[in-house]
Design a protein around this ligand. Structure first.
Ligand code: UDX
Length: 442
């Protein structure tokens, strides 16, 4: 039998979680304060691009297992399991996470609860948040309602959101050991299908669960900044960072994934999460974590400046009067997300320094235009590259990897290509007469 579940927040995380919980057979109500967003979702449309998710959304709306509301009272009445999946953005002008939306859910929801209920936090938060929210929930809940707060972090990647939710590498559950009587059973019940498949289930205390998520993201960020630091050494010595990554990646302790050197990480998670971690480490006086992560962040941000320098050099020493084609605006392929996108950041910097920049991305044009309205947006690759002095590949979309160097050569002013993601076959481009520059390779 399915459970009755409410999911608060219908952004990337919440919409995916709500649809996927319904897919597991539960009855789900998605709650948000944004009526426009809810109307779209209720009509089976996503406000963002995520392969496979629209189908799951529509299938479950049609089956009557998934609906949406702005009413907390309706959600409290309907469900005895609640997931908090609202955003925790970076605070304006600070490194720390802004927890106001998470707080608001607890403040609004708990006074309305009338029966034994578990609230699972999913959002990425600094350690200590769950304990604080649990205490607050106990304070606010009516005296006869038993409310438990547990933490069940989410590890989904954009572009793989459905797969990562329905077939995660692991499920982590942080519970308040002294108090909890229901959370673990509820989680085992909700995720039964997944647990039956043998997906590892790790029960921890609250702080550990919060830190698992933050540490996982920090480790991934560190891996990327590590290989980007090594790319610098490769450049200075004439070595090839891609081959080096293949070679060290064969060591199972290292692993090849997340060792692609390039213009660095961006997106709605890694940059803000690592900064929130830095802020937390600073507050806790954890000097070593603080210093390490700050360096990971600065290595990452320096990649963008280095890329601008590389382009300037390729353009002949100055951007003034030059035309630069930027292929890619999304922070990674198979996404329309441009939040903290290194590609757009680089495009913007180059334009501010005097070049005419023409951008094309297969999915992220609309979002990019909103964020950077002053860049020129071309309808396709050829139009973006027309008359270009330098072509820059800044997001490794399949479409760009399979471009024909011969065809592009007919439209550009100079055959110079900068491969910011090391995704092109250098030999093929060079054989077609191009001046090819990658990252960390000769
Ligand atoms: C990330 C985490 O992977 C996910 O577990 C977490 O829940 C949320 O944050 P996501 O933001 O979707 O997911 O993107 P991810 O695939 O991790 O890529 C992050 C950034 O790193 C992208 O900008 C990507 O281009 C960059 N990256 C990734 C590299 O520069 N090199 C690599 O080898 C891998």
């Amino acid at each position: 039998m399915g459970r009755q579940i409410a999911v608060f927040g219908t952004g990337y995380l919440g919409a995916t979680h709500a649809a996927c919980m319904a897919e597991l057979g539960h009855e789900v109500i998605g709650v948000d304060i944004d009526e426009g967003k809810l109307a779209k979702l209720a009509a089976g449309e996503l406000p963002f691009y995520e392969p496979g998710l629209p189908e799951v959304l529509r299938r479950n709306i049609d089956a009557g297992r998934l609906r949406f509301t702005t009413s907390y009272a309706e959600a409290a009445d309907f469900a005895d399991v609640h997931f908090v999946a609202v955003g925790t953005p970076q605070k304006q002008g600070e490194l720390a996470a802004d927890l106001r939306y998470v707080d608001a859910v607890i403040e609004t929801l708990t006074p309305l609860i009338e029966r034994p209920t578990v609230i699972f936090g999913k959002s990425t938060v600094p350690a200590g948040t769950a304990a604080r929210l649990g205490a607050r929930a106990r304070q606010l809940a009516p005296t006869d309602a038993h409310v438990e707060l547990a933490w069940n972090p989410e590890f989904l990647r954009e572009g793989f959101a459905v797969k990562d939710t329905l077939h995660p590498d692991r499920i982590v559950l942080g519970i308040d050991h002294g108090r909890s009587t229901m959370a673990e059973d509820a989680a085992r019940d909700i995720y039964k299908t997944l647990l039956d498949e043998g997906i590892p289930f790790i029960v921890t205390d609250l702080a550990t669960a919060e830190l698992v998520k933050t540490s996982a993201n920090a480790f991934l960020a560190t891996k990327i900044s590590f290989i980007n630091a090594i790319a610098e050494i490769c450049e200075a010595t004439g070595a090839d960072v891609s081959l080096l990554a293949d070679a060290i990646g064969h060591d199972a302790r290292i692993g090849r994934r997340f060792l692609n050197a390039g213009i660095g990480f961006g997106g709605g998670c890694l940059p803000k999460d690592i900064r929130a971690f830095i802020a937390m480490a600073g507050e806790l006086g954890a000097g070593q974590a603080f210093a390490l992560l700050r360096e990971v962040d600065s290595i990452n941000m320096r990649r963008r400046n280095k890329m601008v320098e590389l382009a300037r050099e390729a353009a002949g020493g100055s951007f003034v009067g030059t035309r630069i084609a930027v292929l890619g605006a999304a922070f990674k392929p198979d996404s329309d997300d441009v939040r903290d996108s290194p590609a757009l950041n680089i495009a913007g910097q180059i334009q501010l320094q005097g070049a005419a920049v023409s951008v094309y991305d297969p999915q992220a044009m609309e979002n990019a235009r909103q964020l950077f309205p002053t860049l020129r947006y071309a309808p396709d690759v050829l139009a973006a590259c027309a008359g270009a002095d330098v072509i820059m590949i800044l997001t490794e979309w399949k479409q760009f990897i399979s471009l024909s160097p011969a065809e592009l050569a007919t439209t550009v002013r100079q055959q110079i290509v900068i491969d910011g993601r090391n995704c092109l076959d250098a030999a093929v481009w060079r054989n077609a007469g191009w001046n090819y520059r990658g990252i960390g390779k000769p």
